[in-house]
Design a protein around this ligand. Structure first.
Ligand SMILES: [Zn+2]
Length: 616
């Protein structure tokens, strides 16, 4: 913790300079072997506007002095590689390069059904894959076909369809000279798949349909004559006409919302920090693509997609990577200041390795488990230089801290605020983050702790690891575990069953909140979390894959208030997943639960009625 000393910042820049130099020199050598002519040709193809745009970005990322230092070489490399991969039809592209280029285009085309005009606009752009590959090159990793395939698959959009019953109704009317009679109306069901929801790397879209019932129309008549059997004379004509009407669903609205959560989680999984993300955006822009990722990232102010869970009232069992004795302090501080416990744990870890640092005194004189400068702790009016205070000052005295306007807090209630005491230091860190706007902008608040992007990224990465390593045990209305592989996901009444509903298919069951609060949702069986994310239709949703005696199932828990599990995490039957909520496309709070065998797909064709699998 030192908000005054620019040392950390220098360290960060050094890393960038080193990487840049190493990258530049190595690649330059290779490139010049291939011929400077290619570079020149490639450069000529660049328009001035694009170059300017890139310079603006680089300045934004690295600062002007740094740009001067490494800029020119770096720029040439990046531009050259962009041009080589994006624009050239062979100029400077070797056999391997061409093969990769074709493979990228192939994977991109396979990300959607190109014959479907609704799907086509959402395909994974090849330029985006290339932008990601360039960051890999920058880290001296060589992205191969395997990598390209993985990225394309991760960024592949999902299209969800619902089945709408576009039935026809008909009756016949039979008329003779005595009058007409109508048959009863008969109905023929006809389910039609219609796109309802899209999640793509930059968008979430919802389509809604409204029903339109046509009026009965005559669709054909036949008549026959009745003759007198004796005279053969026609005495009557019986006319039978068929009348039909059709129910159709027509598009009512389509709402596209800019949302980069998919891209962000993919880049997080590659270990990219904010600068890498900025580079991806710059490179993608350079290729002429439209992207608003960084702005989205900064305005949503999220914790790198890990999501908050402050105020959880159950028990949290930390993963092996967190010393259990500190949990109480993190949780108490979270309750008091609204700063997520795993962020406090991450700062504790990054600052002093959970208080294992030998001296717990930094080179700039920050002290204790959470590394506060004495003046920050006790008040800057006591500063005698460099954030230090007079050795005769009792920095643990609450009266002294109050008089100085310091941040020091008494976390364990012993009447003292000691920067060397874990409870006190952790509470103080939480209070410091809260005072610096954690609730509205966690990233910005962490930056105030130590003014460096690398620091913020490091803290957030560990926060994410700690959060997903922990197990949440809920209090309250937890469903009773039943015998057998499966149990029900939540207590409460089924408010809507599986099957046709309002002219659509309902592929799961709904369990109502019933006026309760904090109703826990649990995993119905042992399994692995396949996805845990926010969808504009499902809201906070968790997908779990189960293998029960060799049979694979996938369960879906939608509209949750929050999520206590992360992708890849193993869960036990009855393990808490989050609270019932009303997120996503809902009319009221409930759990929407689905089970699929073997797995979920966009048409939900594998959905099974949950009540046939588990006791409700
Ligand atoms: Zn439902």
């Amino acid at each position: 913790m030192n908000s005054l000393i620019p040392q950390q910042r220098d360290q960060e820049e050094n890393v960038v300079v080193r990487t840049g130099k190493k990258f530049a020199i190595k690649k330059m050598r290779k490139l010049f072997k291939k011929g400077a002519l290619a570079v020149a040709k490639a450069l000529m193809r660049m328009t001035i506007v694009l170059t300017k745009m890139l310079i603006t970005f680089l300045v934004g990322i690295f600062g002007p002095s740094l740009l001067l230092f490494i800029g020119v070489i770096f720029l040439v490399i990046i531009i050259f590689m962009s041009v080589q991969l994006f624009y050239s039809e062979g100029v400077g592209l070797d056999k391997v390069g061409k093969e990769l280029r074709d493979y990228i285009i192939l994977q991109s085309n396979q990300s959607v059904d190109l014959n479907d005009p609704l799907q086509r606009p959402y395909k994974v752009p090849p330029e985006l894959i290339i932008a990601v590959m360039q960051i890999e090159y920058n880290y001296d990793r060589t992205p191969d076909k395997e990598f390209i395939k993985r990225i394309a698959e991760l960024l592949k959009p999902t299209f969800e369809y619902d089945q709408y019953n576009e039935y026809t109704e008909s009756y016949t009317e039979t008329c003779s000279k005595d009058g007409c009679t109508r048959s009863p109306i008969t109905r023929t069901d006809h389910y039609v798949s219609k796109l309802t929801h899209i999640e793509a790397w930059n968008t979430q879209a919802n389509y809604t349909y409204k029903k339109r019932l046509g009026s009965f129309e005559k669709t054909g008549c036949s008549s026959r004559d009745i003759s007198d059997p004796k005279t053969g004379e026609v005495i009557d004509t019986i006319t039978t006409c068929k009348y039909t009407r059709k129910m159709t669903y027509v598009l009512e609205s389509s709402v596209n919302t800019e949302d980069y959560s998919m891209l962000d989680s993919v880049l997080n999984s590659l270990g990219y920090g904010l600068n890498d993300k900025k580079m991806v955006e710059a490179l993608y822009l350079l290729s002429g693509g439209k992207i608003n990722y960084i702005n989205w990232l900064q305005t949503t102010g999220g914790l790198g997609g890990i999501g908050g869970f402050a105020g959880f009232d159950g028990t949290i069992i930390p993963g092996d990577n967190i010393p259990a004795q500190f949990m109480k302090f993190y949780i108490d501080a979270e309750k008091k200041y609204g700063v997520d416990w795993y962020v406090l744990a991450a700062i504790h870890y990054v600052e002093t390795g959970f208080s294992t640092h030998k001296t717990m005194v930094s080179s700039v004189g920050a002290i204790g488990p959470m590394q506060f400068l004495p003046a920050t702790w006790v008040g800057w009016k006591y500063n005698i230089g460099g954030g230090q205070v007079s050795p005769s000052l009792d920095i643990t005295s609450l009266a002294v801290i109050k008089a100085g306007g310091g941040y020091g807090k008494d976390g364990d209630g012993d009447g003292k605020a000691d920067p060397w005491n874990e409870a006190d230091a952790i509470h103080t860190a939480a209070s410091y983050l809260a005072a610096n706007g954690y609730s509205s902008n966690p990233r910005g608040a962490i930056w105030q702790y130590n003014h460096a992007e690398w620091y913020v990224n490091k803290v957030l990465n560990f926060a994410s690891v700690f959060r997903s390593g922990a197990t949440y045990l809920a209090n309250g209305d937890v469903p009773q575990a039943t015998k057998g592989a499966f149990m029900r996901p939540a207590t409460g009444e089924i408010t809507s069953g599986f099957g046709p509903r309002w002219g659509k298919m309902h592929y799961g069951v709904d369990i109502g909140l019933g006026g309760r609060s904090n109703v826990p949702i649990v995993a119905v069986a042992d399994g692995v979390v396949k996805r845990s994310y926010y969808s504009s239709s499902y809201g906070n949703v968790v997908f779990i894959q189960h293998n029960i005696n060799g049979v694979t199932y996938e369960t879906v828990y939608a509209h949750m208030k929050n999520r206590a599990v992360s992708e890849g995490q193993r869960v036990k039957k009855g393990q808490f997943l989050g609270y019932m909520g009303a997120t996503g496309h809902v009319t009221g709070p409930h759990l929407h639960f689905e089970i699929h065998q073997p797995s979920w797909n966009t048409t939900k064709s594998n959905a099974v009625n949950p009540v046939t699998i588990m006791p409700f």
